[in-house]
Design a protein around this ligand. Sequence first.
Ligand code: FAD
Length: 579
Amino acid sequence: MNVTIVGGGLTGLTAAYYLGHAKPEWNITLYEQAPRFGGKIQTQRVDDFVVELGPDSYLGRKTEMTDLVHDLGLGDTLVSNETGQAFVYDEGSIHPIPGGSIMGIPTEMMPFVKATLISWSGKLRAGLDYFKKPYELDENGDVSIGHFFQYHLGQEMMDKLIEPLLAGIYGGDIYKISLLSTFPHFIQVEQKYGNMVKGMMAAKMGHSKAGVSKAAKGAVAEGDVPRAGKGIMTDRQFENHEAKSSQTASTNTSSNTSGHATNTSPHRQTSKVQADMASRKGTAAQSGMFRQLTGGLESVITAIVDAMPSNVHLYTGTLVSNIRYVEGMYAIDVENSGNDTCGCQSNANSIKTSSINTDSINADNKGGASGATTDSAIEVLLDKAPAMADHVIIATPPATYTQWFKDDPGFDFLRSMEQSSCAIAIMAFDKSTFDGDLKGSGLLITRKTDTPLTACTILNQKWPQTTPDDKVVLRVFIGKPGNDVVEQYSDEELSELAVEEIQHIMRFSAKPEWVRINRLIHCMPQYNVGHRAGIKAVREHVAENYPNLHLIGTPFDGIGIPDGVKQAKELVQMLVNEK
Ligand SMILES: Cc1cc2nc3c(=O)[nH]c(=O)nc-3n(C[C@H](O)[C@H](O)[C@H](O)COP(=O)(O)OP(=O)(O)OC[C@H]3O[C@@H](n4cnc5c(N)ncnc54)[C@H](O)[C@@H]3O)c2cc1C
């Protein structure tokens, strides 16, 4: 059986890894257009800093990623974020996020009453939700996040709390993003209890009894609803799961009979940097909801590439330019590609300004997952094109579907899916000269505040293992709907803008030692209202017309890292179960 996988981000690599092990007799080929594997996951070492240029962590409760990390023998490099108060910056003033709220929804009376962020009229309006009826959903049972919460909690709560919290995750327009595709749990809560405040209070009490109130509180600042969606665990379940996973991993290490190349991985915390960091900073036993690895997220990419079984052939620099279904097989056109993007546009640059010394930056991407294929290997491969495959797995962003099945409108929904843009500015300061107030883990910025910035994480406080002790590192997000600086500005201009704006917001004048900009243009798929129905129609179309074509990744069942891993693992399980 010949299998082709398109896309060497973590989702495609996970499918290749588990399928290769489960079906050693199958011949599996993965094509990645960029010169490196990993897609949006990209970690760089800048001297003693570990800098994430794309995603910076994953949600621990979605356990598939943690399982993969353990399977690769990297379990002992897992760390959790340090928890701390998060703040909201709203038009000139900074306020703590009210305690006891879950994703901005109040579940405790007193902290909400005392909150300085919301005015008395805003609080009263939110309280009136107690008497509201459920929102009338559209024919697909869907509604935008914005319209749903505006109806329940009022405009002020939307603007100051819900929008900065939820829009940040998807980087899009909250009045377009589907509640059904992102937080279906809220619809269930509303339908069960009649309105949100009553429902969340009841859910909170239930969670407290189940021992998850800590997680519920953490969710306020950290971007997910406990038990929302499938595969999410309570804190206690999660701790048990992690303990079991690491036990299994250590058992496997001593007696690995599975034939997997895992656990013998050279990436098991062997590098000096990783060892130093692990000894100096946090461990997975800490209470934050997010997970990272001491070697950065890209250490997973490096490890999975190294641990790939021999029946899997990986190619970088190979663009799949067309896929055709011909007489029961798939013909795959592959071209040589020098493209250094991840199917959208992404580029990272160090910025040199008069105040910023980049000469001292040694960004050599040591832990990097280049896995680059040689030119001669690509030539041999391209000689044989088009490649023929019995199964095709596509694990690429939605816009890539403009290249394939061009005459088939059954894929139009994917082709027309919006993707939002953002830029990340990472800036390092000397701690001894930093004159700002460094409280908590960071702040969110309301959309109506006149700035293109949407959030700032204080990395040395949230992820201390990424930063030398004498430095402060800020990770600033730029870009929101209606503001096109990310597309229009040069890297130098973006860097200057990010520094000036964050100095103003956090009230400091210290100059960064270096700034690193990663611009991610059209990189975040938008699950707009109707997303679930659209995806269902695409899947039905594929099931009817394209046997053994499998579509996974960010366009479908979740945009986060664990969502892609889960889809890949479920697909492999399905293929293994097929007769
Ligand atoms: C700014 C930003 C911040 C994020 N933060 C987080 C976070 O903190 N936590 C989290 O869980 N998730 C986060 N995410 C989401 C996370 O990055 C994705 O879930 C994850 O990286 C998706 O992996 P993937 O393999 O499915 O897709 P990708 O990483 O997009 O990989 C797809 C691959 O397909 C390749 N490709 C495309 N077209 C072709 C072609 N024609 N031929 C061959 N190869 C092709 C691309 O080059 C790419 O390598 C963030 C995303 C962005 C944009």
